[in-house]
Design a protein around this ligand. Sequence first.
Ligand SMILES: Cc1cc2nc3c(=O)[nH]c(=O)nc-3n(C[C@H](O)[C@H](O)[C@H](O)COP(=O)(O)OP(=O)(O)OC[C@H]3O[C@@H](n4cnc5c(N)ncnc54)[C@H](O)[C@@H]3O)c2cc1C
Length: 447
Amino acid sequence: MPNRTCTPKIPPLDRPTGWRPADEIVPVSEEAAVEGRYDWLVVGAGITGLSAAHRLGELAPQDRVLLVDARPVGWGASGRNSGFLLDLPHKFDLDHPDAARLHKIMKLNRSAISVLQEQTERLNIACDWSPEGKLQGAVKKRGTGMMRKFCDALDKIGEHYEVLDRQACAAIMGTDYYAGAVFTPGTVLVDPFLLVRGLALALPENVTLRDDAAVVEFREKGDGFDAQLRLSGGETCPVSANRVILATDPYTAEFGYMKNRILPTITYASITRALTLAERKRYSGRMNWGLTPADAGGTTLRMTADGRLLIRNHYGYAPDYRASGRDLAKVAEAHREGLDRRFPALSDVPITSTWGGVVSLSRNHATFFGEMAPGVYSANCYNGVGMTRGASSGRLLVDLAVGHKSQELEDVIAVSGRPSVLPPDPFRSVGVNGRMKLVEWESRSEI
Ligand SMILES: Cc1cc2nc3c(=O)[nH]c(=O)nc-3n(C[C@H](O)[C@H](O)[C@H](O)COP(=O)(O)OP(=O)(O)OC[C@H]3O[C@@H](n4cnc5c(N)ncnc54)[C@H](O)[C@@H]3O)c2cc1C
């Protein structure tokens, strides 16, 4: 193993998720003394890292595990997403001709949902767990064309679905904005912030969490790994570990692995406050539904269990892992307009927060799972939909590392791949920004 040192960029403390008030988004654990040697270092306390940590409690309860995150649990993508625990393969996978591969992905996603359900019940995690299924919606001709392709893909894998016309959509969503939608029953809707905070508050006994600890230096040695942590007080703290799980999704390249293969991409969401009783009278739809766009460049929409509207759209290249104030202001305006187009009677319901979140895409749509170097494991490049794949991958990385064989492990290996190399900058930023602008323009009728 080479002796190699890297100095990862610290993930930014940008604008926090709007799922909860900003003053609730503080570290879960900033007290524990962490200096020393561990069997395992897990970097990243998003859904992947938390799932790995829980699995280490099951399969290696005698091992000492340190789980660190540079930011409070829930600050990262896992606590700031739209909260769809998807059972179906995402769009890029659905295009794949091999039905057996799609079945494997579905099995993994469904198994992740049942593990998360078991955990939320056993550990009393209140996260608005809602097995409501989801709508895949189309606004205009471009969207309905894609909706038909989605139905063809579901037919190919024998999945049950229901096609809804404009009126049926309006009865659920309280808006006749959508020409139609495909309902599939397997998705679970959650408050993602409460889900990850709940998992972090109920970690197994052998796991120590510090979610105010950034890895600022990382070194491979012959007999393990050294890391320097920077704690919230500004002090640094050395730790070492025999094995490392990098649950750092878009930041993984900062540790020297998967260089030039991970494209950090930002997408944006806004949320309103809960509708008042008077506002609910002006709203003709149901509570607690979720819609993803038939056209990947379109808009995700939710009415939460507690009566808040969430809207998500727009993508951009994010080499600094953050949104600029200018972009956030532009998106906030676009989100307001997007909600007003759909719910003109609710145009006075204020948006309480707009934020950006960074996810990783790969050029060839491959998701990575495996050992990147001896003793270093990672899963990343979930292409924007990593809640279920992250939950299963986090657990299965531990299975892989400890030699716990299973069909699920074989399946995740079979459906994963190596993200292809991206062109260097400036070609990358010019190409990616140009491509994203084109997709946005092509999808303008669906936004
Ligand atoms: C607005 C938005 C909506 C989305 N909607 C959905 C959805 O509805 N369904 C879905 O499946 N997916 C959705 N996604 C994608 C999903 O959130 C991600 O795929 C998933 O959360 C990835 O989980 P993760 O644990 O692998 O990574 P993350 O949640 O990104 O966690 C990685 C963690 O690593 C930490 N880290 C990185 N570097 C360091 C370091 N040097 N030191 C210490 N810590 C470090 C980071 O702080 C971060 O918390 C959405 C994403 C966004 C932004």
